[in-house]
Design a protein around this ligand. Sequence first.
Ligand code: AMP
Length: 279
Amino acid sequence: MQERAKGWHRSGLSVCLVPTMGALHDGHLSLIAKARSVVGPDGVVIVSIYVNPTQFGPHEDFNAYPRTLDSDCERCREAGTDVVFAPVDAEMYPDGRAGSFSCFVVEKKLSQSMEGASRPTHFEGVTTVVAKLFHICLPDSSVFGAKDFQQVAVIRRMVQDLNFPLEIVVAPTHRESDGLAMSSRNQYLGSKERVEAPTLFRILSACRHKVQESLKPVPMPELRQICDSYITQNPLVRLDYLECFHPDSLIPQDCAKPGDRLAIAAYLGSTRLIDNCEL
Ligand code: AMP
C-alpha cells in the first residue's frame, strides 16, 4: 500500500483516505463522495476497511461487529473508490494480536470526556490505528464524519501536535428519514428498538430549539429535563450521557448557547448509539 501511495505522489496525484470499519452505509458513501470532490477526477480515493480491535473495550461488540467485505467492496466500486485497503490483523499488529503491540499514540486532553469517559481505551485505539493508516496510505487529506464529533477533534489534535502532513476534512452526519443517524450498529436494533432509536435525534433537536429560542444561555439541568421527558416516553432508551461543550476545546458548558455542541450517547438494549448537533 505504501509503495503504491509513494508512486501516486511521484506522479503528482492527490490522495485522500476515508478510514472506516466497513459495514458501509450511505453515511460512509457520502464521505467517499466528499473525498472525490477533494481530490478531483484524477486524484486517488482510498477507503480503508478495518475493524480495529484496540478501539473496542473488553466487553464491547468487537466479535459481533458486522463484517461484510464483499458487499463493501462493491459499494466502494459503485461510489468511485480507486482502492480499498482492507488489512488483516496480522498486517496491523505483530502476530495479529493487539496485545503484542508496544507503541501507542495517546491524546491526553480532548479524549478524556464523553466517549473517552464511557470507553476508557477507545481513543488510544483510534489515534493509534489512524496514525498507522496515515503512515501506510500517505494521504494528502482524510475525510471523517461529524457524527463522531469528538473523534474528529482528537484526530485533528493528533495531526496538529505530531505534524502529520495532511488536511482533515469533515463531512456532515447522514440520517435516515426519521432522523436516526446512520450507523453500522443500527443493524443490531430489534424492531421495537428501531422505533425508539430516533429519540436521540429528537432530544438533540428539542434542545437545539430550546437554546435557539432562549434569549439567554440555557442551564444544562433544563436540557436534561427535556431529555428526561423524551426518555420517559421511550422506555427502551437508556441514557449514557448528554453533554454540552465548546466545539473546538470540547470544554463542558454548564449553560448552553447557540454555537455550542450537544452530544448524546444512549443504549437501546445492548446497542450503544451516539449523535450530536450544533446548538
Ligand atoms: P465507522 O465505520 O463507524 O468507524 O465510521 C467511519 C467513518 O464514517 C467515520 O469518520 C464516521 O464518523 C463516519 N460516519 C459514520 N456514520 C456516519 C454518518 N451517519 N454520517 C456521516 N459520516 C458517518
